[in-house]
Design a protein around this ligand. Structure first.
Ligand SMILES: Cc1cc2nc3c(=O)[nH]c(=O)nc-3n(C[C@H](O)[C@H](O)[C@H](O)COP(=O)(O)O)c2cc1C
Length: 326
């Protein structure tokens, strides 16, 4: 049974990849994921805000030292001892690369065109096998769809001009014409897209009227939105499609592959049940494939996408009408 897949041009031993999460902050957990069969690992994100805040702090510190504040200087760390969030991220990336055999995908997360993605070069030099670019931008009322999309394309362009390694873009589902936009990303050099980001809307407290951040793990029904768009995009684009969001079982992972995903990202299921669940999922997937005499993941990939589906209209508006009339 050949479980191999190709993602962003990287040959992976199977399609299960732990997505960006705190699991990659800990080397032991990362090793356990690899032992359980993870084919690659996406690191937690390096956030634009963290890099910029630390750069500003460092600039202030250097300026303060230049001014020579006598006694106070002795309490300040020397700039050479000052470790930024970027330094720590690079150290963790290097540590993961030397502890693991599987590819490590670093993640850059931000929203402005201010040049922060230039740090992609350092991630490449530190050994990242690919980069995941997560642009989480909340448009204001005056931002047209074109302005929003241009922002993504411009950030992607800046990053691509810095690195040789593959770049994939983690997207939200909220685009006016998702397929067209994914094609634009492909033209701008994206090697893949990761569908979809989950957002964490704040909750409101009825007593204090305050809004508070909250984290809910995904629910399996969220996988349907991902499966739907992957099935619709599979034969329309040439870049790699990754599914993220709501995949909690081997069955759901198989459905994503049948829809056309090259890899399936896992997060909540691993955080809730531990790394070993990945091995169980792989075994179940293999069993399902053996029972149906599939010889490889490549053979099943995309075989239920919209153009190959028994009822292609089920991926379209007809599904909506049928559901409402039933
Ligand atoms: C605790 C936690 C931390 C996360 N950190 C990141 C992150 O740093 N960068 C990112 O792009 N996604 C991050 N994610 C999102 C996941 O990578 C994933 O896309 C999302 O949780 C949907 O997958 P799931 O349904 O398997 O959880 C995080 C998710 C969780 C639950």
């Amino acid at each position: 049974m050949n479980l191999e897949t190709t993602y962003l041009g990287l040959k992976l031993k199977n399609p299960l990849v732990p997505s960006a999460s705190p699991m990659s902050r800990d080397l032991d957990t990362a090793r356990r994921l690899e032992d359980a069969g993870a084919a690659a690992l996406v690191m937690y994100s390096l956030f634009e805000e963290d890099v910029q805040a630390e750069e500003e702090q460092l600039a202030r510190l250097m300026e303060f030292q230049d001014l020579g504040h006598g006694e106070a200087d002795t309490y300040l760390p020397l700039p050479s001892d000052y470790k930024t969030g970027l330094d720590e991220y690079l150290e963790q990336l290097q540590a993961l690369k030397s502890s693991l055999e599987i590819p490590v995908i670093a993640s850059l997360n931000g929203a402005t065109e201010s040049g922060w993605v230039e740090h992609g070069k350092e991630l490449e030099q530190a050994g990242a096998d690919a980069l995941e670019l997560n642009v989480y931008f909340l448009p204001a009322a005056e931002d047209s769809a074109e302005v929003v999309e241009d922002r993504y394309l411009s950030i992607l362009g800046q990053l691509k001009s810095q690195v040789q390694i593959p770049v994939t873009v983690k997207l939200s589902p909220y685009f006016t014409s998702l397929g067209y936009f994914v094609r634009q990303l492909e033209t701008a050099g994206a090697d893949g897209v990761v569908l979809f980001n989950r957002f964490y809307q704040p909750e409101m407290n009825l007593d204090t009227l305050d809004v508070q951040p909250q984290l809910h793990f995904s629910h399996p029904h969220e996988a349907l939105l991902r499966m739907h768009w992957i099935a619709r995009l599979y034969d329309k684009v040439d870049l790699s499609l990754a599914a993220t969001g709501g995949v909690h079982s081997a069955q759901q992972a198989l459905k994503m592959l049948l829809a056309g995903a090259s890899v399936v990202h896992l997060c909540a299921v691993l955080l809730q049940h531990g790394p070993d669940v990945l091995e169980e999922m792989l075994q179940e997937m293999q069993q399902w494939m053996e029972d149906r005499e599939y010889e490889s993941v490549y053979q099943l990939m995309g075989s239920a996408c919209q153009v190959n589906a028994i009822h292609p209209e089920a991926w379209d508006r007809m599904n909506y009408i049928k559901i409402l009339r039933s």
